[in-house]
Design a protein around this ligand. Structure first.
Ligand SMILES: Cc1cc2nc3c(=O)[nH]c(=O)nc-3n(C[C@H](O)[C@H](O)[C@H](O)COP(=O)(O)OP(=O)(O)OC[C@H]3O[C@@H](n4cnc5c(N)ncnc54)[C@H](O)[C@@H]3O)c2cc1C
Length: 429
């Protein structure tokens, strides 16, 4: 397929761009994908993937491969970071029965690699070392409408549609909105180590455990069939709040978790200290398409990661787009793909932005809830403790089937009227 003109150009070879390439290629669309880095890869450690993602992986025939690389945890347990008391849990085996697909954890590079291999098998034309610097809508030599990408080396390429999956700092996003990433003042440290390194610690090798605490949280779960153990430490940076340029630095890490439980103290020395991820999102936008240029993944909707849905939303975007492209396809001829791209992109834009807006907004609220201190922390703990483990009211809109139309039931937001919750304990922390 590499010697043929592509129907679609995708910019960005992260999980969003590669999964969209797979989704479109499966529908017979010729895809060329450009990545800025000289090699494909993912930096980071673990990723949680919920049933709304594993459902799509099953549709692509990739779920068995992903299962063989990841772990199917038994439960997601939320604990208080100060006293390690359990607050609430999701029974992930029951969740799988309910939604028909598993909740998994996987190394980022393993999920990325699965999409990369699938794209190669499907004949996606993969090009690395190419940085996109500009986008225009154009008329193609065939007379069809299309879009063009300009690269840092001065070269250009064009096709009937261009998908920009170029992440948080998307160049293409500037065509649609004049905005900047929003600094949360929180920073994430990661660390994935061989499981032997934590066997002496008080850890669960079967669960995802999230410790939530005052201005911080700490996540633990097994990876790679249980051979590795992943930890994420997230905290609010005093230096960021003070407006300092160098913030989220390792000296802040230990201070942020002062006064937290033994399990976290045992885990902190294992965090990588040479790299950290400052956490930015962007305000939601409802317009993702201009002419034949469309945003996808973090370029359209970079979230704070508290809902663990960022990569999943990117994967859903590609699946929804490909379904609409297939629905708008007629016979291919010499002039082009036969797809009514305007109709397909309009359908994509009619359904995805509202769902992603809700995830982004809920993610911000969720973060505030996790990081409460004082009386509000105790009130939150009571509300979480009172939740029935098998009450899926607040997960239905996320983990249920990915919508193809905008006529979906409005989701229920988690609402916690904390101020009226009565607690007996003293609010020391
Ligand atoms: C600490 C943390 C934990 C997270 N946990 C989860 C989780 O459990 N579950 C989940 O679903 N999500 C999670 N996320 C979110 C998830 O990582 C992102 O939402 C997801 O990786 C976005 O994928 P993407 O392909 O859209 O963007 P990116 O991964 O940013 O990929 C963009 C790609 O485009 C390339 N690129 C950029 N600019 C250009 C250019 N000009 N020209 C060419 N190429 C370019 C980049 O090199 C990159 O390869 C987490 C995020 C963080 C920070």
């Amino acid at each position: 397929m590499t010697d043929q003109n592509p129907d679609v150009l995708i910019v960005g070879g992260g999980i969003g761009g590669l999964s969209a390439a797979v989704a479109l290629s499966r529908k017979g669309i010729r895809v060329r994908l450009y990545e800025r880095a000289t090699e494909f890869g993912e930096v980071g450690a673990g990723l949680q993937i919920a049933p709304n993602c594993t459902r799509i992986l099953a549709d692509y025939g990739l779920l068995d491969e992903v299962k063989s690389l990841g772990v199917l945890p038994k439960a997601m347990v939320m604990k208080d970071a100060v006293d390690s008391a359990e607050l609430t849990r999701l029974d992930l085996e029951d969740l799988e029965r309910k939604y028909g697909f598993p909740y998994m954890v996987i190394h980022r590079s393993d999920l990325h690699g699965t999409f990369l291999r699938a794209a190669q098998r499907l004949g996606v034309d993969l090009r690395t070392g190419m940085t996109a610097t500009g986008y225009d809508n154009v008329t193609l030599p065939s007379g069809l409408s299309g879009a063009r990408v300009t690269f840092a080396d001065g070269s250009t390429d064009q096709a009937e549609t261009v998908i920009a999956a170029d992440g948080l700092h998307s160049v293409a996003r500037g065509l649609l909105v004049d905005d900047e990433p929003v600094n949360s003042a929180y920073v994430a440290y990661r660390g994935a180590v061989p499981i032997d390194k934590v066997r002496e610690n008080d850890v669960s090798e079967t669960d995802v455990v999230v410790y939530i605490g005052p201005r911080c949280h700490f996540v633990q779960y097994p990876l790679r069939g249980g051979e590795m153990f992943n930890q994420v430490a997230v905290f609010e940076s005093p230096k960021a709040l003070a407006g300092e340029e160098e913030w989220g630095t390792p000296d802040e890490l230990d201070q942020a978790f002062d006064g937290t439980c033994t399990q976290i103290q045992q885990g902190l020395p294992l965090m990588w200290r040479d790299k950290w991820w400052r956490m930015f999102d962007r305000d939601p936008i409802m317009t993702w398409v201009t002419g034949r240029i469309a945003l996808l993944g973090d370029a359209a909707h970079p979230p704070l990661q508290y809902m663990a849905q960022g990569a999943i939303m990117a994967i859903e975007d590609g699946w929804v787009l490909a379904e609409h492209v297939a629905a708008q396809s007629a016979t291919r001829d010499e002039s082009g793909s036969g797809v009514d791209w305007d109709a397909a992109l309009a359908a994509y834009e009619a359904v995805r932005p509202e769902h992603c807006r809700r995830v982004l907004s809920t993610g911000r609220v969720w973060g505030e809830l996790w990081h409460l201190e004082g009386l509000a922390r105790l009130q939150r703990n009571k509300v979480l403790r009172d939740r029935d483990t098998y009450d899926y009211t607040y997960t239905e809109w996320i983990y249920g089937p990915t919508a193809l139309t905008s006529e979906q039931e409005p989701p229920l937001y988690p609402t916690f009227p904390l101020s009226s919750v009565e607690v007996d304990e003293p609010a020391e922390v």
